[in-house]
Write a protein that binds this ligand. Structure first.
Ligand code: NAP
Length: 246
């Protein structure tokens, strides 16, 4: 069976770009992103993927916060043939301090990092017949931290959603790869002090692409040693936990 197309959602994502670059050789890629014309950023994603061997790259305007647009966008990506890899790479860290004072910021983070993820994953799982979907949880969702509980709560919800969706897909030819990275040094964390066990986007991409090659749904801690830290995190008493940095 020939390999189908790749749908990269949030095409300027550091992690999403690294994944697409690794798997795009000989395949059609549909890049869905906000404002592809701005500063030629759509063109530069296209150039990068063509250089990595993509057969053809097209770009679609996509705002994840516009939930109604999700199904038509996926259908459009499928017009020229089956999509067999979807990378749900859009996401925002948001402004935690602002979100503590202004509910609009909390809702903005919740919309992009939870509602839009749920919505898009539901559409993809409904429409795709085979292949894999990459979704991005985070250590931030493992145990909510005072310092970033708004973002963390969306990742907790998304992670739970992904565990259930993986079970729903069990026995089918469509697999869900749920990534649980720790701190990733890149655009999202610019200006922040790297946390212990930090990785770079290429490390995340290597880990999830390897996991997908095993041909079944799975959840991947990145780096792997983060699983041990996560175990300890749940044991820390709340009076101490409350003071943890983000
Ligand atoms: N970086 C980390 O430390 C880290 C750790 C754990 C998990 N993760 C998760 O991994 C995923 C990818 O992160 P990353 O490090 O690759 O982040 P990134 O480089 O900042 O990329 C995030 C992407 O999301 C896009 N985006 C944001 N809001 C959007 C919207 N409303 N509609 C469409 N696209 C939108 C951004 O596009 P614009 O350029 O238009 O803003 C950007 O392309 C995210 O879910 C993130 O939460 C990241």
């Amino acid at each position: 069976m020939s390999e189908g197309a790749i749908l990269l959602l949030g095409a300027t994502s550091d992690i999403g770009g690294e994944i697409a670059e690794r798997i795009c050789a000989g395949r059609r890629v549909v890049c869905a992103m906000r404002e592809p014309e701005r500063d030629g950023r759509g063109a530069s994603v296209e150039k990068r993927l063509l250089a990595a061997g993509a057969q053809r790259v097209t770009t679609l305007d996509f705002d994840a916060a516009d939930l109604e647009s999700h199904r038509p966008l996926v259908e459009r990506a499928m017009e020229e043939g089956e999509v067999t890899t979807a990378i749900v790479a859009f996401g925002i860290l948001g402004d935690q301090e602002l979100a503590e004072r202004e509910e609009q910021e909390a809702v903005r983070i919740g919309t992009v990092d939870y509602l839009a993820q749920m919505s898009m994953l539901t559409v993809l799982a409904d429409v795709m017949r085979r292949g894999e979907i990459y979704a991005f949880s985070s250590i931030a969702g493992w145990r909510a931290r005072r310092a970033n509980y708004v973002y963390g709560s969306t990742k907790a919800g998304l992670d739970a959603f992904c565990q259930g969706l993986a079970d729903r897909l069990h026995g089918t030819d469509l697999h869900l790869i749920t990534a649980r990275p720790g701190f990733v040094i890149g655009s999202m964390t610019t200006g922040m002090k790297p946390a212990p066990l930090s990785v770079t986007p290429d490390v995340v991409a290597d880990a999830v692409v390897d996991a997908a090659a095993r041909g079944k749904s799975t959840t991947v801690w990145i780096p792997r040693s983060l699983a041990a830290l996560a175990f300890v995190m749940r044991l820390v008493p709340r009076p101490i936990w409350r003071h943890m940095p983000r």
